[in-house]
Write a protein that binds this ligand. Structure first.
Ligand code: G1P
Length: 298
């Protein structure tokens, strides 16, 4: 069956970015000039996804407004002949996919958020895309997962090697066997293990392709790490009844879910942005020199 649907959980409280996220959805924080959720929606579109359900929390109206028309703004830009800006605004409404929204009433965890997509998904395979992870590769990561699914017809999630001391921030896999280059059978999926207990350094990185049987697991899933319903725990149970593969992502991943990652992503993306890249590069080179001098003078 063709993979046509995606779920984007965007119901987190965004506490790591307070006070910016007090009244604004974390997913609306811009990387240079584009909200992070727009990168995710564009990846979905580029991967062939047609329908997207965004799971919202409180203060998320800004997401719906972002993908809606803005008649006053559009008229103003039109009258002033600002066609390039107008085109940019139109790209947020003519996004080429259908967007649907549902609210998670209580932040009970990622697994609980995904569970809310049950009637939207019905009996189709689908992808889950987390907004904290931006991916860059020649073939979009979501497309890579769909391509694997078309070969295996099994659930598959994306993993990437992370530094060992960072594993406890992620879901981690216990790989059984590399069945094809970069494709693993998995013994166990563990949510945020202690560093000493982590079965590998292969971390789950926010792109999942799941069969609809995951909902049977989510509906009966007991709370796990942090007292929350964990998607990783439900996937581990699914893996006991049907195989779930892990696909190692070789492209670049930017974690915009923490402050340092956010700043880093802004710089990296800025270095590719036509309007600022030259100026930013020159500035960074100059800054690096200054920082080095500061260091040697200390
Ligand atoms: C979530 C998942 C975790 C995964 C991570 C990827 O954690 O629960 O398994 O590794 O996303 O970003 P969170 O970052 O929401 O705490």
């Amino acid at each position: 069956m063709k993979v046509r649907k995606a779920v984007i959980p965007a119901a987190g409280l965004g506490t790591r970015f307070l006070p910016a996220t007090k009244a604004l959805a974390k997913e609306m924080l811009p990387i240079v000039d584009k909200p992070t959720i727009q990168f995710i929606v564009e990846e979905a579109k580029a991967s062939g996804i047609e329908d997207i359900l965004i799971i919202e929390g409180k203060n998320k109206r800004s997401i719906e407004d972002h993908f809606d028309s803005a008649p006053e703004l559009e008229q103003n830009l039109e009258e002033k002949g600002k066609t390039a800006l107008l085109k940019m605004v139109h790209e947020t409404t003519d996004i080429g996919v259908n967007l649907f929204y549902v609210r998670q009433a209580y932040p009970k965890g990622l697994g609980d958020a995904v569970r809310l997509a049950k009637s939207f998904i019905a009996d189709e395979p689908f992808v889950v895309m987390l907004g904290d992870d931006l991916m860059m590769d020649t073939v979009p990561l979501t497309r890579q997962l769909i391509d694997e699914y078309e070969r295996t017809h099994a659930s598959i999630l994306a993993v990437k090697k992370v530094p060992h001391e960072e594993v406890s921030a992620y879901g981690v896999i216990d790989p059984e066997q590399e069945v094809a280059p970069g494709l693993f059978n998995v013994k166990k999926f563990v949510e945020k293990p202690a560093v000493a207990e982590a079965p590998s350094d292969l971390a789950i990185i926010g792109r999942y392709l799941l069969t609809p049987e995951i909902f049977e697991m989510l509906e009966t899933q007991a709370p796990g790490k942090g007292g929350e319903i964990q998607l990783t725990d439900a996937i581990d149970r699914l893996n006991q009844t049907q195989r779930v593969f892990a696909h190692e992502f070789k492209g670049a991943r930017y974690d915009v879910g923490n402050k340092f990652g956010f700043v880093q992503t802004t710089i990296e993306y800025g270095l590719t942005h036509p309007e600022v890249k030259d100026e930013l590069r020159a500035y960074l080179l100059q800054l690096a020199k200054r920082l080095e001098t500061d260091l040697t003078q200390r």
